[in-house]
Design a binder for this molecule. Sequence first.
Ligand code: GZL
Length: 308
Amino acid sequence: ACVAGALPMTSAFAQKKIVLGFAQVGAESEWRTANTESIKSAAQEAGIDLKFSDAQQKQENQIKAIRSYIAQKVDVIAFSPVVETGFENVLREAKAAKIPVVLTDRSVKVKDDSLYVTFMGSDFVEEGRKAGRWLVENQKGNKGPVNIVELQGTVGSAPAIDRKKGFEEIIKADPKFKIIRSQTGDFTRAKGKEVMEAFLKAEGKNINVLFAHNDDMAIGAIQAIEEAGMKPAKDITIISIDAVKGAFEAMMAGKLNVSVECSPLLGPQLMSAVKDIVAGKPVPKRIITKEGIFPMETAKAEFPSRKY
Ligand code: GZL
């Protein structure tokens, strides 16, 4: 025990390392891989003891991982909720165990927002609006109809719900824009390709635009478009979100028209929030990631400085 005026902590009482339990969504996309890398390297950098789990995009696995962190009495729990609902009970268990929870990347719909300390991540509605605004500008000379097919992200996830909302909010201003098919590709290349093949079979040359909720699905769809003998980014204008390396490569190859940035590099912000929480300092309820938009023409110049 320390007595008043005691000497500063000696090595014998080395500062106990903060233990952070992180329940990751999975490894479904380039974005997710870069996000995991950012979290692991930032924890290392910050001297934080990271316990990490991959839920393979299954909610029950994320809940199991959070319960195990509660049992291990970690100092802080952080996770990116694979879908918006169904986490209330386990968040109440964390609160009862007095373990603070940080939401990164995706958020949850809960009545009691004291169940988490802060949510740090992008504004997905704005990402959808950026995609819509680019399309309105790109098609301004075209009297229409402009038939759009949409590859949605994981059903029930915040990015899928909000990107769709933002995109539709913008294009509804002009009736020439019509979403003729919309289906989930679960944020993966494989599923994106499979669903685009079905869209092409059903609609073929009737498709003018593809709006993909992430680059991985867009890259899968590009393969399907080429296999159908059509030219991606020319016969079908392609809009995507994330701006990962694969998107820049596709844009430099002239196969993708634009990618809206969604930064996965949340590691450093997460670690500083964790340290503040453990130190009892206040943390803003919402921390929004700053991000831009990259049309094909800017890809070559931007690519060398990309960090993910
Ligand atoms: C967005 C993130 C999404 C990415 C996808 O912040 O939740 O999940 O857009 C990833 O690539 O799978």
